[in-house]
Design a protein around this ligand. Structure first.
Ligand SMILES: [Zn+2]
Length: 234
């Protein structure tokens, strides 16, 4: 009988210091290494490579989480996502010609929900923090520390008056934070963040780049001249 090996959702093994090599438990919330350097996530890449091929990855949905073995979230139910998907490589024919660079490409990360490449890191970070209970524990844990000096106490009390909050707002705060789950956070994010209404802003000479952007078919193009912006507050 052969042995059946199950590929777990994440192949994360440990965290490792980028400078001194110290190994840290990836199952615990960690800051930087005691030597001050960032910790890097390490994965059992050999095992993933032995059990998966490019075709397996390609058959998965075209989003960030198709690479889940090499992401730190161990429970797929903990994934918090706004649908961070694939982004295109666009050919910059004219700019490439001017710069003398043949085959110049621009990766358009503006299609991600937040309009930047940071959406991917944020999605992974939020998911892993939720999995480790970090975000909630942090808010609950630092709550008493917010009231060490008179200023913040007055600030918190005035906030109750200004926003017309119930008298027990502060007394019940920690219990209410502890009751928030990943689904609640995701529901609020979906209600408030609308990728389909987002715009990509490019700054440059419209006469030079407009035709290529239109050809790329990203969406309707609107040109705003800089003298139209003059006098407007950013
Ligand atoms: Zn170190």
């Amino acid at each position: 009988m052969g042995m059946i090996t199950v590929v777990s959702y994440s192949a994360l093994t440990h965290l490792e210091c980028s400078r001194c090599g110290l190994r840290c438990d990836a199952g615990q919330v960690q800051g930087t290494c005691s030597c001050g350097s960032p910790l890097l996530a390490r994965y059992d890449i050999a095992r993933v490579g032995a059990q998966l091929g490019p075709a397996d990855i390609a058959a998965r949905p075209p989003d960030l989480w198709r690479y889940h073995e090499l992401l730190p979230v161990s429970d797929p139910g903990r994934v918090v996502t706004l649908g961070e998907g694939m982004t295109p490589l666009l050919e910059m024919v004219r700019l490439g010609g001017e710069l003398g660079v043949r085959g110049l490409l621009m990766k358009d990360e503006g299609l991600l929900p937040t309009g930047t490449f940071k959406a991917r890191g944020a999605a992974v970070g939020v998911s892993r923090a939720a999995e480790l209970g970090a975000a909630r524990d942090f808010l609950v844990g630092v709550f008493p520390l917010r009231f060490e000096t008179p200023g913040p106490v007055v600030g918190a009390l005035s906030g109750i008056v200004v926003h017309d909050l119930p008298d027990d707002e502060l007394a019940t705060y920690r219990a209410r934070i502890e009751a928030v789950g990943a689904d609640d956070v995701l529901a609020i994010a979906r209600a408030r963040i609308h990728p389909d209404r987002a715009a990509i802003v490019m700054v440059g000479d419209a006469a030079r780049i407009a035709s290529e952007l239109e050809a790329a078919g990203i969406g309707p193009l609107e040109v705003i001249r800089d003298d139209e912006l003059a006098g407007q507050e950013a």
